[in-house]
Design a protein around this ligand. Structure first.
Ligand code: ADP
Length: 349
């Protein structure tokens, strides 16, 4: 019965006015008209006061709690900045605010868990697919050899080479997965130190020299770059970043006379490192996605070139662990430019 403010107000107003009139009737010489006026006045004033008090402060608040919980259920969070958090005086406002912030934090936890679960499922599906391909291929070559092809020297060598190539790919994939999981779970600690960025790029170039020569790609450092720039970063991880970028620039070369160019720009407190190429380039729609795990623009071509699809994802993680980010500019048929900034360290003697 008492489910809305009107019925509560009528009940209280009737009780108060009956008691008031009863007390008045005990007083001598009060005429009946006076008792009626007193009854009507106390009934109407108590009704109005009770109605507004109960409606605004109790039912209104309960209604708001209900409304916000249904907004939470529908994942609408635009009321968060409402005034309910500011009205601290009324205890019902505070209860409202407590319930909402509790519900909100639980809802956010649930949303995050749901996202993590979807992400985990997709990641496992991707990994299984990526592992399956080289395992099945190697298995196929080895079984064919065991079934008799081993007797033919030419076939034997060809199949063994193919099996080895697939197993090498598997090895790279597992190594990349290990790095990614370590960077993501924070197992790998950053070991920050001062080092010369020109020297580091030079080392990467030396390591990739043969690969570049095979692909007829020239590895250059802009002659106008300062040679003594020192950065403060994790040397080993920045080595991996540059190695990934340069190796991609070689892999995705175009048929023109190809080159990879490194550039360093002194921005005062930071040093910008730019690795550019005149290779295949990428269309606009791929640029925002290339840092996703296993995202490849041309899947078969990337695998052909020994790509795991994890290289740029590792690059992004490492650069973000340095509180920086990677920028990409690219145009199909023209080339690509990857750049990021690192904190500047001291200067060399
Ligand atoms: P992958 O192992 O396939 O090379 P990455 O994460 O390193 O994986 O790169 C993702 C995709 O981005 C590649 O498959 C390739 O299509 C594209 N890509 C990366 N670097 C370049 C580049 N320098 N030029 C053109 N395409 C590139």
């Amino acid at each position: 019965m008492l489910t809305n403010s009107k019925s509560v107000a009528i009940l209280i107003a009737a009780t108060v006015s009956i008691i008031t009139t009863a007390f008045l009737s005990l007083v001598e010489n009060v005429p009946i008209e006076g008792l009626i006026v007193a009854f009507v006045l106390s009934l109407s004033s108590t009704y109005i006061i009770t109605y507004f008090t109960v409606d605004i402060f109790i039912f209104g608040q309960i209604e708001k709690i209900h409304e916000r919980i249904s907004q939470l259920n529908n994942e609408k969070y635009n009321f968060i900045d409402d005034d309910f958090t500011k009205k601290k005086g009324n205890p019902l406002y505070r209860i409202n605010s407590e319930i909402i912030s509790y519900a909100l934090s639980k809802q956010q936890e649930i949303d995050e868990l749901k996202k993590a679960e979807t992400f985990r499922r997709e990641f496992i599906a991707n990994i299984s697919h990526e592992l399956k391909t080289p395992i099945f291929a190697s298995q196929g070559f080895i079984h064919t050899l065991l079934d008799g092809a081993v007797k033919d020297k030419n076939v034997r060598n060809k199949f063994l080479k193919k099996a080895a190539k697939n197993l090498d790919g598997l090895d790279r994939l597992v190594a990349d997965l290990l790095i990614i999981s370590q960077v993501e779970t924070g197992v790998i600690k950053m070991e920050m130190e001062n080092f010369n960025i020109h020297g580091l790029v030079h080392e990467v170039y030396e390591q990739l020299e043969q690969k570049a020569e095979k692909k007829k790609t020239e590895l250059r450092i802009d002659a106008n770059c300062p040679v003594d720039l020192i950065v403060f970063a994790d040397r080993h991880k920045i080595y991996q970043v540059i190695q990934n970028l340069v190796s991609n620039a070689i892999k995705y070369r175009s048929d023109n006379h190809s080159y990879v160019m490194a550039n360093f720009i002194d921005h005062g407190a930071e040093v910008e490192i730019i690795i550019s190429d005149n290779g295949l380039g990428m269309a606009e729609e791929h640029i925002s996605r290339i840092f996703e795990r296993f995202y490849r623009i041309d899947k078969s071509r990337s695998k052909d070139k020994g790509g795991t699809g994890l290289g740029l994802s590792i690059v992004k993680h490492i650069i973000e662990a340095h509180h920086s980010h990677v920028r990409v500019k690219s145009k199909p048929g023209i080339g690509s430019e990857f750049s990021f900034r690192l904190l500047k360290g001291g200067l060399t003697k």
